[in-house]
Design a protein around this ligand. Structure first.
Ligand SMILES: [Zn+2]
Length: 764
């Protein structure tokens, strides 16, 4: 690897023979490498046409970025033909006739185009673009470049890009994708959209270009070309000579200011005001100051007038100049005590040296900057600017490489070599995938429109996100708290979590559906009364507080009714006009669908199927009555009987595995009966008969076409219930079918169906 040229002379002891030897070897090695490289390239280029690259430069600022590339192209004459077009303020006396720099750098200028209409206001800028557009086609026609290299965001560059794009000439745009302030942003992005290839400086800029739908394969993250020279040669030994030649013999390193403020074309009056304030602050700060004339943008004439009015040109502390050669300017910035103004050099190049910078106003808003930059965005008082000078002057910051690592030119040349002229000129715009809008795509509606379901049971409090298709997208479960306050708090907390998750899961929550034990007034969203299974749960208004807290509509119904709604929307009840659902779980509940609608009754206790009474003197029920089917056939009732048998030592049969520690449940009773325990069997027969007779009563009242059994005991009860119906029902009710539910979560799904049916009915 090559050593950094500067590192050879850093230590004076290595300057003698060592240095001579090392330099000799280095030179030899370089020559060898160069010969090998040329050989390989000759072989590669045999029969390959040279790429005609046209570089167009408009002013000293863009030339400082373009020159390193021009040198790079020129040093590979076997691959590239270079054409140079000069236009814009390069050719204007007031701006230092900077085209001479190009001549001094030994480039042949193919065309000089006078394109600036004098006047320095907005209209003159537009006329200048027009003039360039009139003159450019001739030149481009004559030069016939394969590719035009355009830099940055100046109005001249917009004219260049427009002409080339319309003439089907490929464009490589440098420094696209960056964000500053002012009209520059619009021009820069417009040029990016006209350009076919991009060499950008920062990772952020690369991301912006991708976001602008530019083809990623045509974007090169190169770094800023001016950094190549900057990072390899800014340690010049003669820097004090350069500084003294511009600022006088008495000036010290790090003890002068470089000021460069341009007009902001979108707010000319304000930028002229800031200019005046900056000059006042510099006058009071009383340090040697090198001030550059503003660029040619609209407003620059007024700024020069302000400068003259304050006597800057005659002031002993100031040196006002129109142009400084870039290499010298770099030395001046590198060793300045501070740089002030709004030039891009301040936020970019100065960062590489760690020179303190004060950035005034909005011209560079949005630019990525190193820590060396102090922004004074509202530069509305001279005091503010003065304080900034006090803070920054004479400081030193670590150098930043945001804008480049010093290898931009080799990268750009490599990129140019890969350009395939047979590739179609038509740009492809890489749009990010866009989903159809919700109201037009039924699949999208089914997958995204969702409900938040809450199920309040005796043991658990559960929340779920359920989509229109009826699938449970996400489920949450907690122990149901025993007090009203804790329960309400937990419901809201779980709902809020679910709402947040829904965003990530691409679910649009339409509302909240609540299924709860107890009697419910669904019209008002109030739990009227609940059994002791859920404590502190009577006269509870659920709708208002939850709706207020979540900002969503809320529906409430009891768990039996919800199970019926779930069957109607997602289960066996789909399309069935009249059916009954009976849930056999810890308790027994149910719902009746009549003419496709739930029956609620006059005081909301219709379909309390668990409390259908089948015997006058039956066992006690949780409702306080006797002989309800819940008191015979519910999980709790069977557990009670199992415990009684177990206490009398009548439950266990041979081969049945019951551990002492294990709580006795209905499951033990069922397995004992299956293994031949006649007492257990008798209990279950009685339970089945009670349930069956209860259901026969229901059939005789509402005469449905279908009975759906759900809950943990459903599959056990199906056969006996069907049997009892066939024996005990009236002849015309005997053929009514009994099925078991396929739904895993009837209560949650039913709660969701209230939201999905009612909310969408309102939406559409
Ligand atoms: Zn009861």
């Amino acid at each position: 690897m090559e050593k950094h040229p500067g590192s050879l002379c850093r230590n004076p002891h290595t300057l003698s023979t060592w240095k001579g030897q090392e330099l000799y070897f280095l030179r030899m090695q370089r020559n060898r490498e160069k010969m090998e490289r040329e050989k390989v390239e000759r072989e590669l280029n045999q029969g390959k046409k040279k790429l005609r690259v046209c570089v167009a430069t408009c002013n000293r600022a863009d030339y400082s970025k373009l020159a390193p590339i021009m040198f790079g192209i020129k040093s590979h004459p076997e691959e590239f033909e270079l054409e140079v077009v000069v236009l814009g303020s390069h050719l204007i006396d007031d701006y230092g006739n900077t085209f001479r720099m190009i001549e001094q750098d030994n480039f042949d200028i193919g065309s000089k185009l006078h394109t600036i209409v004098r006047g320095e206001d907005e209209a003159a800028m537009v006329e200048s673009v027009g003039l360039a557009l009139v003159k450019l086609p001739d030149v481009l026609q004559r030069l016939q470049p394969d590719i035009l290299v355009v830099h940055g965001d100046r109005f001249d560059a917009l004219a260049l890009a427009t002409a080339a794009a319309l003439m089907n000439i490929r464009i490589l745009h440098l420094e696209g994708g960056e964000v500053s302030g002012t009209i520059d942003d619009s021009i820069r992005h417009a040029i990016s959209k006209l350009a076919h290839y991009h060499a950008c400086c920062t990772r952020m800029a690369e991301q912006h270009l991708i976001a602008m739908c530019e083809d990623h394969s045509r974007i090169l993250l190169a770094g800023c070309p001016s950094y190549d020279k900057l990072l390899s040669s800014h340690h010049r030994e003669d820097y004090m000579d350069i500084i003294r030649s511009w600022l006088g013999d008495k000036v010290q390193n790090n003890d002068y200011i470089v000021a460069l403020q341009h007009p902001v074309t979108t707010d000319i009056q304000h930028s002229i005001k800031i200019y005046g304030l900056m000059l006042d602050a510099l006058l009071s700060f009383n340090k040697r100051t090198l001030i550059l004339f503003p660029n040619i943008d609209a407003g620059s004439k007024e700024m020069v007038r302000v400068m003259r009015k304050k006597g800057i040109e005659q002031h002993p502390n100031f040196r006002a100049v129109k142009h400084i050669p870039f290499e010298q300017f770099i030395q001046l910035v590198c060793h300045a005590g501070c740089m002030i103004g709004n030039s891009s050099c301040g936020v970019r190049e100065a960062g590489a040296f760690g020179t303190p910078v004060i950035n005034l106003g909005t011209r560079q808003t949005g630019r990525e900057t190193g820590e060396n930059v102090l922004h004074v965005r509202d530069a509305d008082t001279h005091n503010k600017i003065y304080h900034a000078l006090e803070l920054q002057f004479g400081k030193r910051y670590p150098g930043s490489k945001i804008y480049g690592d010093g290898h931009a030119v080799p990268r750009i040349l490599k990129f140019l070599r890969t350009i395939d002229l047979d590739e179609p000129l038509q740009k492809t715009f890489c749009f990010p995938p866009v989903k159809d809008s919700i109201s037009q795509d039924i699949d999208h509606i089914l997958e995204t429109q969702s409900a938040l379901s809450v199920d309040l049971g005796g043991t658990n409090l559960r929340v779920a996100i359920i989509c229109m298709k009826g699938s449970i997208v996400k489920k949450y479960s907690e122990h149901n708290p025993t007090t009203f306050e804790d329960r309400m708090h937990l419901i809201l907390q779980m709902c809020k979590t679910a709402i947040q998750d829904a965003v990530c899961l691409n679910c649009r929550i339409l509302g909240v559906g609540i299924s709860t034990g107890g009697r419910v007034n669904p019209q008002e969203g109030v739990v009227l009364h609940s059994t002791k299974l859920i404590q502190e749960w009577s006269s509870v208004n659920l709708r208002t507080p939850i709706s207020d807290a979540l900002g969503l509509p809320v529906w409430v119904d009891n768990d039996g009714n919800c199970a019926a709604l779930a069957e109607r929307k997602f289960g066996h009840g789909k399309g069935v006009e009249n059916f009954v659902t009976v849930i056999t779980g810890t308790g027994i509940g149910g719902g009746i669908i009549h003419h496709y609608e739930l029956i609620h009754g006059s005081t909301f206790c219709a379909a309390e199927l668990g409390h259908v009474i089948v015997s006058l003197e039956g066992p006690e029920c949780s409702c306080g009555s006797r002989g309800c089917i819940e008191a015979y056939a519910s999980g709790l009732a069977l557990q009670r009987e199992a415990k009684r048998l177990n206490d009398e030592d009548l439950l266990k049969v041979e081969g049945m595995d019951v551990k002492l520690s294990e709580p006795i449940t209905a499951a033990h009773l069922i397995s004992a009966a299956r293994m031949g325990n006649s007492k257990a069997d008798a209990v279950l027969r009685k339970a089945s008969s009670a349930l069956g007779v209860g259901i026969v009563n229901i059939l005789h009242i509402v005469n449905p076409s279908l009975v759906i059994l759900s809950g943990v005991l459903a599959s056990y009860y199906k056969e006996p219930v069907q049997h009892i119906i066939s024996q005990r029902a009236l002849a015309s009710a005997q053929t009514i079918k009994v099925v078991t539910s396929d739904l895993e979560e009837p209560a949650l799904l039913g709660a969701a169906s209230m939201v999905l049916d009612y909310a969408t009915r309102r939406t559409y």
